[in-house]
Ligand binder design. Structure first.
Ligand code: MF3
Ligand code: CO
Length: 250
């Protein structure tokens, strides 16, 4: 069942989404060689609590932290650790969710640590732009997989691949609601998008093969071929005036 949010639901949902955007913006300023991913996690948690919100991921199916911090060939769900220090040339994907006002917000960005390779820059850029290509399709009357197809074709045209094993999702009173939002597939399939739907669109894009495996910690997903991976995500409202990015800072 895909929930439709009323105007007042959306007004409430703006808060957790804005908090996610603000805290991600703050995290961007901390990224640099030498900082540990647990330092980033501690910052995110305290910023969320300061805003009287709650981290969305901590405790979700036993996930231990506020952010996911996935470095280089890590795709998603990297667990913050004081043993993982960012180094010049790394790329790090940071995923953050918050709960406030009875609703969730969810967003992710991939950031360079100092100077990174041209391949890393191209991958990050293609992943971010594929998110916007997907978001453009989040309009009433389109079908769900119009989003999926837009993401997949954007990255494949640039020689990259869209991860199959993880998908985006509806979001609202729950972190994960229907429908699943794949980053691959034929256009014109799945449910018709309607005004008031809220979707977390989140391309996870690999420089090499789309294949991933889970590390022994039970969470961290890595590319099987060791290639770089990037991840961008926004929480988006389908509205009659077009897609509204709720997790964007204006
Ligand atoms: N953005 C991801 C998602 O919504 C992050 C989930 S991390 C988890 O699926 F710990 F909550 F699983
Ligand atoms: Co998500």
């Amino acid at each position: 069942m895909i929930t439709i949010k009323s105007a007042s639901d959306i007004d409430k949902m703006r808060l957790p989404c804005r908090i996610v955007a603000e805290v991600l913006e703050g995290l961007k300023g901390l990224i640099g060689p030498g900082i540990s991913t647990s330092d980033l996690d501690a910052f995110a948690e305290s910023e969320i609590i300061k805003r009287k919100a709650r981290p969305a991921f901590k405790g979700y199916r036993g996930y231990p932290s506020t952010i996911c911090a996935s470095v280089n060939d890590q795709v998603v769900h990297g667990i913050p650790s004081n043993k993982v220090r960012l180094a010049e040339g790394d790329i790090v994907s940071i995923d953050l969710g918050a709960f406030a006002n009875g609703f969730y917000g969810d967003a992710a960005v991939t950031l360079p640590v100092g100077k990174v390779s041209d391949e890393a820059l191209r991958l990050m850029d293609a992943t971010k732009e594929s998110l916007y290509a997907g978001i453009e399709k989040a309009v009433p009357g389109n079908k769900l997989t119009d989003i999926s197809f837009a993401v997949q074709s954007y990255v494949e045209e640039r020689g990259f691949s869209a991860v199959r094993a993880f998908v985006g999702h509806g979001i609202g009173r729950a972190l994960h609601e229907d429908p699943q939002v794949p980053n691959f597939g034929r256009p014109g399939q799945g449910p018709k998008l309607k005004e008031g739907m809220t979707l977390a669109i989140e391309p996870m894009i690999n420089a090499g093969s789309f294949d991933v495996k889970i590390m022994p910690d039970g969470w961290t997903a890595v590319t099987t071929d060791g290639s770089l991976s990037a991840h961008y995500e926004h929480t988006v409202l389908v509205s009659k005036d077009g897609p509204v990015i709720l997790t964007k800072i204006h």
